[in-house]
Design a binder for this molecule. Structure first.
Ligand code: E4P
Length: 219
């Protein structure tokens, strides 16, 4: 099981890295926009520096294959050859995934809503597949079923691609994605922390703390 954080906020990244068993960090242009103002390249470098040993997944901004290939090269020059470039699974995207994989670039196929999209990305060689759970739910697509179908196809074919559940807005969606077969999830840190800080948990701990003081005696 892999836990990634879906944010470009440096403070959130620092705190999550300090506390949680994080294996990667993901962004997209909208996540980066929410963290403005900053210099784009500098922010990516800062995220990289804060997450040693973690995979870094950065989305390409171009819609055309040629632009994606060029951008992937620029990102590798900026952040290192081991970054994962996030490629939306469109016609141009599938073409780009094939070409990027032929060049040995790590690829996270993103903006996945349909099993067929995922299957094409797997055949093109994508390392990770990011199905958009909340967005599917908002469009009455059963994301748990979609993840299950993708997982069955991966297991049946013996493919190495891993499902990275994405686009989460509540804890229940995260649990369902994992339960349905996601190998990894990328979650906003605040959402990961919400279950650790729920009143049920903190009230139970407060009662134990009070009782501990009584059984040990005030010292
Ligand atoms: C992952 O990296 C995705 O881009 C992200 O989780 C999408 O989330 P959203 O649906 O909240 O924009």
């Amino acid at each position: 099981m892999e836990w990634m954080i879906d944010t470009a906020n440096l403070e959130e990244i620092r705190e999550a890295m300090d506390m949680l068993p994080i294996t990667g960090v993901t962004t997209n242009p909208s996540i980066l926009k929410a963290a403005l103002p900053f210099d784009y390249e500098q922010r990516l470098r800062e995220i990289r520096a804060l997450t040693p040993g973690c995979s870094m997944h950065v989305q390409l901004g171009s819609e055309a294959c040629e632009g994606m290939l060029r951008e992937a090269q620029e990102l590798q020059a900026l952040l290192g050859d081991d970054i994962y470039v996030k490629v939306p699974v469109t016609e141009q995207g599938v073409k780009a995934i094939r070409l990027l994989k032929a060049r040995g670039v790590n690829v996270t196929a993103t903006a996945i809503y349909y099993p067929l999209q995922a299957m094409l990305a797997v055949s093109a060689g994508a390392d990770y597949l990011a199905p958009y759970c909340n967005r599917m739910e908002q469009n009455e697509i059963d994301f748990g079923r979609v993840i299950g179908q993708i997982r069955d196809m991966i297991d049946l074919g013996g493919y190495a691609s891993r499902i990275l559940g994405a686009s989460f807005k509540n804890a229940g969606q995260v649990v369902r994605a994992i339960d349905s077969g996601a190998h990894a999830v990328t979650v906003p840190p605040a959402l990961l922390k919400s279950c650790l800080n729920s009143a049920l948990v903190t009230d139970a701990v407060a009662a134990f703390t009070r009782d501990y003081a009584k059984v040990r005696g005030e010292r």
